[in-house]
Design a protein around this ligand. Structure first.
Ligand code: ADP
Ligand code: MG
Length: 616
């Protein structure tokens, strides 16, 4: 039998390869911009006509190419960026496959001009559908210009497959922004159909982000910075209050390369836990630097996906450093705590194994026993700090003298409680808190004073307690002497049945459930017997829109609802001790700034502001 296998001619192979590399005009934009960056250009111009369908041109002032290279660069697997397979593990360039130019030249009309700095003349080459049309010596400026015209001219099916100009233009902008954000030190300009769309001078990272997305971006950003052995993280995230409905301004760069990662996105979202409205999306611009040999960028033809050696560690570090930034920049500057170097890297990843934070519940704490809040706040035991809380308050050590400078106060770092006031050691000669209108608690801080909304603050404290108990499954419950028998409609009973597990995690013990009633023999420590039915009623009414799907949002809903039911209300008078405990409890929270319902929990007033009022 005769043999039938043939080697495909190069131009056919290139056309096939082009299908992988070039899906649309934006792919050409990406490849040409990356080549210009790899050529160490400091000034890059992108010129587009008709959303790239008529022209994509990139002009750079980079290294340029020799006559031989100018010809060779259009060959498949022709690259100056790697020589050996091993080089893949120490990549410092965007490109390395050596197939972009071969692919582009196979499906478009390409005109290239290039000149190296030290040469007198440059080279101009025209190539159409993989065929060399001309090569000439030319007088040119230093650098390289690629003009790619009539994309897919020889593959009508692909050309017809392109979307509207608006859609294709959007894709081009995306690619342009990704490269521009990854290289703030390069001057980029972008023209579409003759109009200048972007002009981004070399600048700082923050300025680049602002230049790309408009001046309003500046106030939204909070810096993120973390350095460990396995990763350096730099960049910015948006404050929670600026989160948007839609995803959009979310960027990860790994070693200056834009990448997509659902996993790392999840880590970012986890850092915003509890402070974002449902479905809200923060903006982020995160630049991760890792040793090149710990990643594999070769798993996707267009290289936006990446494999990390140690994803779990990256997840934890990313999440913690963003949480830290959000906490630090929202809370700390307001309260004026001097920055302590301990604050910068409170997460000792280098020597720490991952560890689940534990929280000790104060069993005696029950603001709702017979005489309401009055007696239990005072018996409030010191809670054990978690790693997170500690990190926010290590800086307090030096600040304690503002509370009562006459008293010897020693804060051992093992027992930092996050307290503004130290219960045992501050004698009550000076009141550190004062309640006004049974609504607000006023308390002195170093820079002036803080005014706390008692109801919202208590909601926050309870919410975090419940949520922590539920997630670490450590809730304790109080056994009832006589089990409670509560009646509900069958619809309500269905809801309770569905939430049973989460409710048990808060401390409820269900002895029996049927279609119309439930027998409860244990209840969470911070709920009294008489409050149980109120708490459950409130929860059922909060669940009218249905039970959230994920167990996290279930827990969240329950914790919010119970915090709402149980928090001290406006109109309740509190003893000084209770006030202090509430303020301490609030500032020991992970997110003291807002109630679980995103309402501010406290405001501060600086001494200067008060001075100003008196100066009138
Ligand atoms: P890769 O970027 O993967 O190496 P390309 O097909 O994109 O493959 O480019 C092939 C080669 O052409 C590059 O390795 C580089 O040496 C050269 N080259 C491409 N664009 C430029 C440019 N703008 N300036 C200088 N050299 C370039
Ligand atoms: Mg390339």
């Amino acid at each position: 039998m005769s043999s039938i296998i043939q080697l495909l001619p190069d131009h056919v192979a290139n056309q096939i390869a082009a299908g992988e590399v070039v899906q649309r005009p934006a792919s050409v934009v990406k490849e040409l911009l990356e080549n210009a960056v790899d050529a160490k250009a400091t000034d890059i111009k992108l010129i587009i006509k008709d959303a790239g369908k008529a022209l994509v041109q990139v002009i750079d002032n980079g290294l340029g190419m020799s006559v031989t290279d100018a010809r060779l660069c259009f060959e498949r697997h022709a690259t100056s960026k790697i020589r050996l397979a091993e080089d893949l593990f120490s990549l410092g360039t965007k490109g390395f496959r050596g197939e972009a130019l071969a692919s582009i030249a196979a499906i478009a009309h390409v005109e290239m001009k290039t000149k190296q700095d030290q040469e007198e003349f440059g080279t101009q080459i025209i190539i159409e559908g993989s065929k060399f049309v001309s090569q000439e010596v030319a007088v040119l400026p230093k650098g390289t210009s690629f003009a790619v015209k009539n994309l897919f001219f020889n593959i009508p099916a692909r050309r017809n497959f392109l979307k509207s100009d608006t859609v294709e233009y959007r894709h081009i902008i995306d690619e342009f922004q990704r490269v521009a954000l990854a290289h703030a030190n390069i001057h980029f300009t972008f023209y579409h159909n003759g109009s200048e769309m972007f002009n981004l001078p070399a600048s700082s990272l923050r300025q680049r982000i602002v230049n790309v997305f408009s001046g309003k971006m500046n106030e939204k950003l909070v810096p993120v910075q973390e350095e460990t052995d396995i990763i350096t993280i730099q960049g910015f995230v948006s404050k929670a209050e600026f989160a948007k409905k839609s995803r959009g301004e979310q960027f990860f760069f790994v070693n200056d390369r834009f990448i997509k990662s659902g996993y790392l996105h999840h880590a970012v979202m986890a850092a915003y836990d509890g402070i974002l409205k449902d479905g809200a999306q923060p903006s982020y611009f995160l630049y991760l630097t890792v040793p090149p040999n710990t990643i594999d960028i070769n798993i996707h033809p267009t290289k936006t996906e990446i494999k990390f050696d140690d994803e779990h560690a990256l997840y934890a570090i990313l999440r913690a450093s963003i949480k830290h930034s959000l906490g630090q920049f929202n809370v700390a500057p307001v309260l004026d705590f001097d920055r302590d170097s301990n604050l910068d890297t409170p997460y000792h990843y280098k020597d720490l194994e991952g560890e689940t934070p534990t929280i000790q519940v104060d069993r005696s704490f029950n603001p709702f026993s017979d005489d309401k809040v009055n007696k239990h706040y005072s018996s409030h035991k010191k809670t054990e700090p978690t790693a997170n809380w500690e990190s926010l308050y290590v800086g307090l050590k030096q600040e304690t003298e503002f509370i009562a400078s006459n008293h010897e106060i020693s804060f051992e770092s093992e027992e930092v409680t996050g307290s503004l006031f130290n219960e045992e050691e501050v004698e009550q000669t000076v009141n550190n808190a004062y309640q006004i209108h049974k609504k607000y608690i006023v308390s002195p801080i170093k820079s002036g004073m803080v005014i706390v909304d008692q109801q919202r603050a208590h909601q926050r404290v309870l919410y975090e307690q419940f949520l922590t108990n539920m997630t670490v499954h450590q809730a304790s419950s109080q056994q009832l002497l006589f089990p409670l028998d509560l009646f509900f409609s069958s619809v309500e009973m269905e809801l309770i049945e569905e939430l049973k597990l989460s409710l048990m995690n808060t401390g409820f013990v269900f002895e029996e459930t049927s279609s119309d009633h439930v027998v409860i023999s244990g209840i969470p420590v911070n709920v009294t017997e008489s409050e149980v039915s109120m708490v459950l009623e409130q929860l059922l009414s909060d669940l009218q829109d249905g039970i959230p799907e994920s167990s996290f949002s279930q827990n969240d809903t329950i914790a919010k609802s119970m915090a709402k039911s149980l928090a001290v209300k406006t109109g309740t008078s509190l003893t000084v001790k209770e006030q202090e405990n509430l303020v301490n409890g609030l500032f020991a929270c992970k997110d003291p700034n807002v109630s679980p319902f995103q309402k501010p929990t406290f405001i501060t007033m600086r001494v200067e502001d008060i001075d100003k009022k008196f100066a009138l």
